[in-house]
Write a protein that binds this ligand. Sequence first.
Ligand code: CU
Length: 170
Amino acid sequence: MTLIHEPEAGPALEGGPADGIGVPPAPPERPRSRRVIVVAAIAGALLAGGLAWMLEGGGAAGPKTIGITARYSRFEPDRVTVKPNSTVRFVIHNADPIDHEFIIGPAETHDIHERGEPHFHTGAVPGEVTVPAGATVETTWTFGPSGDVAYGCHLAGHWTYGMHGKALVR
Ligand SMILES: [Cu+2]
């Protein structure tokens, strides 16, 4: 006897590899849209970083600078706002024909200077400078976490006349 059912190659191939032929490849839309999202996220991060840099007043440029002008024995402006714990570079220009000084600090500092000497400040003490007539000088001051800090000129009669201002820590 011989085998009755010899496997036939024909029908066995049906539904085999031929099924995959003619199926179109997956469309490339998904990968492309993901790339667009990534690019947008990077652009957004750069924009946010640049904005923060601008709001802080300049990254590597150092502390924030506030310009103050002494004119007619008054300070302009006489109100500035600073961030808590920030270091500020004050650039003071004296537009008057007489000398002034710029002293910033706590009440005790102003009491001492209002009472008397010295009335010449080289800038060796942060926050205390003499501003000769027509000159521009600078000094830096580091603020605490809170508490407004006064600045003023203690040359005879100047504070009383109104030559003082206040840095608001906000
Ligand atoms: Cu003065």
